[in-house]
Design a protein around this ligand. Structure first.
Ligand SMILES: [Zn+2]
Length: 335
């Protein structure tokens, strides 16, 4: 049991600590949880606690000094064994003694709260009639069902096939799917941006003529790539509303990427210490004067190769296109 305790991970340890120290108000008394003593468990247990109990497998504390009742009767460990008619001795794995209650309980029935016999709810200490109670109880339908549930859950937990584990795996695969989709969409944005290719056509819908390069690339990938083909199927069948294909998300991704590129250029310029600035103005389609800002600097790479680099940083809107006007806008941007 000690080895098992050490092996348990921190999360479970924390759960256990919480549960063991949590004060539970029951009808009879106020008890602190003790996973090793079935008599301290509350009336109903949730799935999480069941899983922890089964994983820890509290087992039995043997060779105890069992207290005698007023008539001098006490629990004896012989009750753990059952003698079959053919003489074979079978261990009653379901039978557990509670030290704090000085009573015996049915482990699976207590675990699933699925039986209203005293031995499953409050525990029994009718030592005198135990030899009759136990064989009778073992034949009870409720108890047999609990035994089945116990075996089933133990096996499922062992194979990690409980509902929680299944849900967890489903969530994980859905997360992976979206990561892969985004990875592909980002690659398309990166390719179009670095090659100065226009993203949008005259229409934005998928599988429509003239829907632009972005839509076209998405469709093209869907032809050969299983991730994109599944994704396109979900989009066209309206299974998802957020498809990350719209112009706003494209612009957002372009901005994020350009920020990264600019940060990189700025760090190179900062390293170079000396740089020149090239400014040039031209009006855009709405007659707004746009000033392009280009920096030129000497770059020395890791293998000591020296190159002169020229990098475009941004467009700046200016009102005054004289040398003085341009210089007024510049310092703020350079900062
Ligand atoms: Zn039972």
């Amino acid at each position: 049991m000690q080895t098992k305790l050490k092996k348990r991970n921190n999360t479970q340890n924390n759960h256990l600590k919480q549960m063991q120290t949590q004060k539970i108000t029951t009808v009879e008394t106020v008890l602190a949880w003790d996973i090793d003593d079935i008599g301290t468990w509350p009336q109903s247990l949730n799935n999480e606690f069941r899983a922890i109990i089964l994983e820890k497998d509290p087992g039995r504390i043997k060779a105890l000094e069992y207290p005698k009742d007023i008539r001098g009767r006490k629990f004896t460990e012989n009750n753990y064994d059952k003698r079959l008619s053919n003489g074979e001795i079978v261990n009653r794995r379901w039978l557990v003694y509670s030290k704090c209650k000085d009573a015996i309980f049915c482990f699976p029935c207590k675990l699933f709260n699925s039986c209203n016999f005293k031995i499953a709810t409050m525990g029994t200490n009718d030592w005198k009639n135990l030899s009759h109670i136990l064989p009778q109880y073992e034949k009870a339908q409720q108890h047999i069902e609990s035994m089945h549930k116990w075996c089933e859950l133990s096996v499922r937990l062992k194979n990690q096939t409980t509902l929680d584990a299944q849900n967890q795996r489903l969530l994980e695969s859905e997360k992976q799917h979206w990561c892969r989709v985004l990875e592909r969409l980002l690659s398309i944005v990166e390719y179009l941006s670095t090659n100065n290719i226009a993203f949008r056509g005259s229409i934005e819908k998928l599988f429509q003529p003239k829907n632009g390069h972005f839509g076209g690339f998405v469709q093209l990938l869907g032809k050969f790539d299983t991730v994109m083909s599944e994704y396109l199927q979900r989009v066209t069948e309206n299974e998802i509303h957020d498809h990350y294909l719209g112009p706003r998300i494209q612009n957002e991704v372009i901005m994020l990427m350009s920020d990264k590129v600019r940060d990189n250029i700025v760090s190179l310029v900062t390293l170079a210490k000396y740089f020149a600035v090239i400014l040039d103005c031209t009006p855009d389609i709405s007659h707004q004067e746009q000033m392009s800002l280009v920096v030129r600097f000497v770059n020395i790479n890791d293998s000591a190769q020296i190159t002169v680099k020229k990098s475009f940083i941004t467009f700046l809107e200016v009102e005054d296109t004289t040398g003085f006007g341009l210089l007024q806008v510049l310092p703020d941007e350079l900062k």
